[in-house]
Design a protein around this ligand. Structure first.
Ligand code: BES
Ligand code: ZN
Ligand code: ZN
Length: 510
C-alpha cells in the first residue's frame, strides 16, 4: 500500500472512501458533535440520522459505512472509544479496522481526516504515524500460497485540511519514515510465514545474503563444517536430527557515525520445533514453523537500521537450526560444549532455543565486544502463560537498556513487560554434571530460568532478553482478540520496537 500526505480536506478529495474518527459519547447528549458537521454534510444528513438512531456510537472497533448521495464515494466513521482513554495505539488500531472493513469492497483509495484523530496527548505527528502504521500493517496478506485475493485499499493518505497545512513538510517526512518501518515489518512477516520445508536454515542464510547485497551489509554464514571447527556445539546438537544442517548468520551494519555504540541483536531461528526426542504433542505443532521468528525479526531490524541509517553500529546474529527427532538427533542426557567452552546438560530436547542462542551470544560477545546485546526469541510457553499472547517479556538487569526499550515500546505500540531475574533463577539452572542445565528440575518461572540460562553466555555485557513466544504470531483462534493490524500468521513483532530503540540511541558511546 502506498501511504502519503495530502493538504486537502479528506472529504473534498476524490478518494473512494474518507475515514473520520469518532469518539464515544459520554452522557445522554444525542446531538451530533460539531466536529462531525462536515462529514454529515458530505452524506447529505445521513450521518446525523444514524447518530440519532445510535447506529454510530464511537465505540472501538466500530466501523460505519455511509454512501455519499453525490456519488463521490463513501464516508467511514471509525470508533475511537472514550476521549479520556485516547492514545496513538487507538489510532493505529482504528486505521487497521478501516482498511480491513474496505477489503474486497472495491475501494482502492482512502483518505483519513487527520484532525479527527488528534486529541489530548496525541499530537498530529503521532496520529499521522499511527494512521500510516495501522493502515500498512492492517492491509497485509500473505499471498504466496493463494491464487485469489479480494483486493483492498492500495493508496491511502492522511489529509491535513486548512488548519494543518503548515505542518505538511514535517508530517510528510514523518509519514515517509513510518512507511519505511511498517514496510519492513511486512517484509519480515513474509519470511516468517514461510513453512519449514521452504524456510530451512540455509534459506534463511540466503535471505540474509540477498539482503546484504541489496543494502551493502557484510554478511557471513557459517555452515555445519565451520560451526564444528568453531566449537558451536549447541547449534550442531539441536540441528543434528535434521537433514537441513544448522547455520550461524552474522550481518554487520557499520553505523551512521564513527564513534557510535555497537549493538548486537541475536535471534532464535528454529525453522521447525518438533521438540526433538522430547517430542511435542500433535495439537498445534504446525505453529512451530514460527519458532524462527526471532531470527527473522533480526533480519527485519537490520534492514530497517540500514534503510533508516541509524547511528549505532548493529551486528545481527541468526541462530538457525531445525529441531527434529531422528537417529542423529541429540538426546536428553547429552552434554553439549558451546562456542565459549561452557557446557550444557541437555535434559529436555524441546528447550532447544537457549541451546542455539548460547553459541550465538557467546560468539558475538567474543568477536565484536558489543556495548549491549538484545536477543529476540520465541523461547518459552511460560512467557505466554505469564503475559499473554499480545505482549513480549523483557528480562534485562541493566536499567538504562531496559528503560530505552520500554520507551521504544510505548512509542511504537509493541507492548513488552519487564520481568525480574534473581539468584533464585540462576540457582535453578545450575547442573551437577555441566555448567548449566537446559531444563530445570522444578517447573517454576520458566521464562526467567530460561533468561538465567542465557545470561551465562553473555557475561558482563549489558543485555536484554525479549521472549516473544506469545506475540510472534496470531492463530485463527487468538485472532479475534488481537488488534486488526496483526493479521493471521507472523506479526513481525520486535521489528518496530528495536528499530525505534536503535533510532533513539545517541550517536556517541557512554
Ligand atoms: N519454541 C518453544 C516455546 C514456545 C511454545 C513458543 C509455545 C511459543 C508457543 C520452546 O522451544 C519450548 O518448547 N520451550 C519449552 C521449554 C521447556 C521444555 C523447558 C516450553 O516452554 O515448554
Ligand atoms: Zn522447543
Ligand atoms: Zn523452540
Amino acid at each position: 500500500m502506498k501511504f502519503g500526505v495530502d493538504r486537502r480536506e479528506a472529504l473534498s478529495a476524490s478518494a473512494d472512501a474518507a475515514a473520520v474518527g469518532v469518539f464515544e459519547v459520554e452522557g445522554k447528549d444525542d446531538r451530533l458533535p460539531p466536529s462531525l458537521a462536515l462529514a454529515d454534510k458530505a452524506t447529505g444528513g445521513l450521518l446525523a440520522g444514524a447518530w440519532k438512531r445510535r447506529e454510530v456510537k464511537g465505540k472501538k472497533r466500530e466501523v460505519t459505512v455511509l454512501h455519499r448521495p453525490d456519488g463521490r464515494g463513501r464516508v467511514l466513521l471509525v470508533g475511537l472509544g472514550a476521549r479520556s482513554q485516547f492514545t496513538a495505539d487507538v489510532v493505529r488500531r482504528a486505521a487497521a479496522d478501516v482498511v480491513r472493513a474496505l477489503r474486497g469492497k472495491g475501494a482502492r483509495t482512502l483518505a483519513f481526516q487527520l484532525g479527527s484523530y488528534v486529541e489530548g496527548s496525541v499530537t498530529s505527528s503521532m496520529a499521522a504515524r499511527a494512521l500510516a502504521d495501522g493502515s500498512i500493517l492492517g492491509a497485509y496478506e500473505f499471498l504466496r500460497y493463494r491464487t485469489t485475493t479480494e483486493g483492498g485499499v492500495e493508496e491511502a493518505s492522511v489529509h491535513l485540511g486548512e488548519d494543518r497545512s503548515s505542518e505538511e513538510r514535517s508530517l510528510t517526512s514523518e509519514v515517509a519514515e513510518q512507511t519505511v518501518i511498517a514496510e519492513n515489518v511486512l517484509w519480515t512477516r513474509d519470511i516468517a510465514n514461510l513453512p519449514a520445508d521452504t524456510a530451512t536454515p540455509e534459506r534463511l542464510a540466503e535471505e540474509a545474503r540477498v539482503l546484504g547485497k541489496a543494502l551493502g551489509l557484510k554478511v557471513t554464514v557459517f555452515d555445519e563444517k565451520q560451526l564444528a571447527k568453531m566449537g558451536c556445539g549447541g547449534l550442531l546438537a539441536v540441528g543434528g536430527g535434521s537433514v537441513h544442517p544448522p547455520r550461524l548468520v552474522i550481518l554487520e551494519y557499520p553505523g551512521g557515525t564513527r564513534r557510535g555504540r555497537t549493538v548486537a541483536v541475536v535471534g532464535k531461528g528454529i525453522t521447525f520445533d518438533s521438540g526433538g526426542i522430547s517430542i511435542k504433542p500433535a495439537a498445534r505443532m504446525s505453529e512451530m514453523k514460527f519458532d524462527k521468528s526471532g531470527a527473522v525479526a533480526v533480519l527485519g531490524i537490520l534492514r530497517a537500521a540500514a534503510t533508516l541509517k541509524v547511528a549505532p553500529r548493529v551486528i545481527g546474529v541468526m541462530c538457525c537450526a531445525e529441531n527434529l527427532p531422528s537417529g542423529s538427533a541429540y538426546r536428553p542426557g547429552d552434554v553439549v560444549r558451546t562456542y565459549n567452552q561452557k557446557t550444557i546438560e541437555i535434559l529436555n530436547t524441546d528447550a532447544e532455543g537457549r541451546v542455539v542462542l548460547a553459541d550465538g551470544l557467546g560468539y558475538v560477545v567474543d568477536q565484536f565486544h558489543p556495548d549491549e546485546v538484545i536477543d529476540l526469541a520465541t523461547l518459552t510457553g511460560a512467557q505466554v502463560v505469564a503475559l499473554g499472547d499480545d505482549m513480549g517479556g523483557l528480562v534485562c538487569p541493566d536499567d538504562r537498556l531496559a528503560n530505552g526499550l520500554l520507551m521504544a515500546s510505548a512509542a511504537t505500540g509493541e507492548p513488552i513487560w519487564r520481568m525480574p531475574l534473581t539468584d533464585y533463577h540462576r540457582e535453578l539452572v545450575k547442573s551437577d554434571l555441566a555448567d548449566v542445565r537446559n531444563s530445570t528440575e522444578i517447573a517454576v518461572a520458566g521464562m526467567l530460568t530460561a533468561a538465567a540460562f542465557l545470561e551465562t553466555f553473555v557475561g558482563k555485557t549489558p543485555w536484554a532478553h525479549l521472549d516473544i513466544a506469545g506475540a510472534a504470531w496470531v492463530n485463527p483462534v487468538t485472532r479475534k482478540y488481537q488488534p486488526t493490524y496483526q493479521n493471521l500468521g507472523a506479526t513481525g513483532f520486535g521489528v518496530r520496537l528495536v528499530a525505534r530503540y536503535l533510532q533513539d540511541l545517541g550517536t556517541s558511546k557512554g
